[in-house]
Every structure is written in C-alpha cells, then in structure tokens.
Write a protein of this length. Structure first.
Length: 265
C-alpha cells in the first residue's frame, strides 16, 4: 500500500508572539511496517533535528523574533506492509519493556478500568487484544468535542465518549493493569468512507516476544492503511506538536489532514 499524506497546520495569534518553541514528532521512520519514500516539513523557520528517548525523530523550531503566525506543512509518501495478525517484526526498541507496564497520569487505572481489563480471560493472543478493543469501543463511543488532550482514560470511560486518543489510553490502562507492556502510537490512517479523522492513534502490545499493533477505535489490527509517526507511554510524549510561547494572547489553530491509500501496481 502506498500512502500519500498532506498535513497542514497553522497557528494565528491575536497579538505578536515574542518567543515560541515547537517540538515536532511528525516524521515517520523506516521499519517492518513501512518504508518512507519521501517526506518533507516546511515551516516558518529553521528546524533542528534529534532523536528523543523513544527513538522518534524530533524536530525543534525556535522563533525569537515577533510573529503572529506559525505554519507547518508536512507532505510525503510512505509504502506500508500488511501485518499478519498485527505483528510487527521490529524489536522491543531501546526502552526496557518494564517501562511500558508503568501507568502514567493519563493511563492510571480505577475500579472501572480494572473491571474492563478483566472483561477478557487473558491478554495473551492477538485475538484477545481485538476482543478487549471491542469491549472498549462498546463502552466509549467515538464522539469528538467531549474530551481534550488532557483527559485521562478513566475520565473517558466515565463519560462514555471519546476519540482515538482516549480509546488508546484505555487500552494502555487495561494492559498495564494486567502487567502487559503496551505503548501509544501516533500517526495517520486512510479513513476511507469512515468519519474518523486521518490523524490517528493506536497501540502496540507486547506478546510472545513481539509487538502486536491494534487500532482500538476500529477494533482491528493497525496494518496497511496506517503510517506510524511516534511511540511513547502515552499521548504526552508522542504528540505530533507540542510547544510554548511568550505573548500572542488568543490563539486560533487550523488543521487540514489528507491521507490517500493506493494499491501498488
């Protein structure tokens, strides 16, 4: 599968911003699930590139002159591979697996999450992970505008509504409640006819000495139509864009994401 991706983001400010710093995790890496054919980020200033603790490509944009707008234009093509049973053929990565069993502020469990985590007999097969994803989807309806990026898994479960990020955090919380390593994945999906946005989030769960990639929102393996950007313990460390600024007053953000999948000839 060949994914063509365009992701345009702009931030406009009511008053000049005197200083801003943006950290971007918006560059996919080559791996068993994908090969990057081309990728480019065009923005307002110079980007400095590094690797974060999880091995994600991290670009930093620092603007020290007054500005009233920041533009981020990402374009590229990624060749993806179908994963049998959702299994990645990549190793565990540079982070100890125990790190992915520890809850975070966004994935702490409560009695409701513990009950949900035990709604399947065990989390020891890919099919069991899909069954848990189906149970999460049944408990938390996909609905935008209810939760925020700061919402926790337990809050989303109590509300009964959320988005892909909330579904992923609930899956992480359930896995960690049962001692199973799991990590958050940010990226893109060709949504086809679905109403869900092309920016997406899912999880990798460590089973039988390998990662199994699961899209909780669709209760399916994350394969073929998916482009991986970054992994971490939760959204906080894998967010595509994070930043801070001095000045600017009110901010208006606009985002336009386009993903199209074509079968290779």
């Amino acid at each position: 599968m060949l994914l063509t991706i365009r992701h345009h983001t702009s931030y406009r400010y009511a008053a000049p911003v005197q200083y801003s710093i943006q950290q971007l995790r918006m560059t996919p890496a080559n791996g068993s699930a994908q090969m990057v054919r081309r990728w480019h980020i065009d923005t307002t200033g110079k980007l400095d590139v590094a690797r974060d603790a999880y091995g994600n490509t991290l670009h930093t944009l620092v603007l020290t002159k007054p500005h009233t707008e920041i533009r981020l234009i990402v374009t590229g093509q990624v060749e993806t591979t179908l994963l049998e049973g959702g299994r990645l053929n990549d190793g565990p990565g540079g982070i100890p697996l125990e790190h992915y069993t520890c809850p975070t502020a966004l994935t702490e469990s409560d009695p409701g999450i513990i009950e949900l985590a035990h709604s399947v007999p065990a989390l020891d097969t890919p099919s069991a992970l899909i069954a848990l994803a189906e149970n999460i989807e049944a408990k938390v309806n996909y609905l935008t505008g209810i939760t925020a990026v700061t919402s926790t898994a337990s809050q989303a479960l109590a509300l009964g509504n959320g988005v892909c990020q909330d579904h992923a955090h609930l899956m992480l919380a359930c896995c960690r409640a049962r001692g199973v390593p799991a990590r958050y994945v940010s990226g893109y999906i060709d949504p086809g006819d679905a109403e869900h946005t092309a920016s997406h989030a899912w999880v990798d769960v460590w089973l039988d000495n390998g990662w199994v990639s699961v899209d909780v929102t669709h209760a399916a393996f994350a394969s073929g139509h998916y482009c991986r950007l970054a992994v971490a313990r939760d959204y906080e460390a894998a967010a595509p864009v994070r930043g801070s600024r001095v000045g600017g007053k009110e901010e208006k953000m606009s985002v336009d994401v386009f993903v199209q999948a074509l079968a290779e000839q």
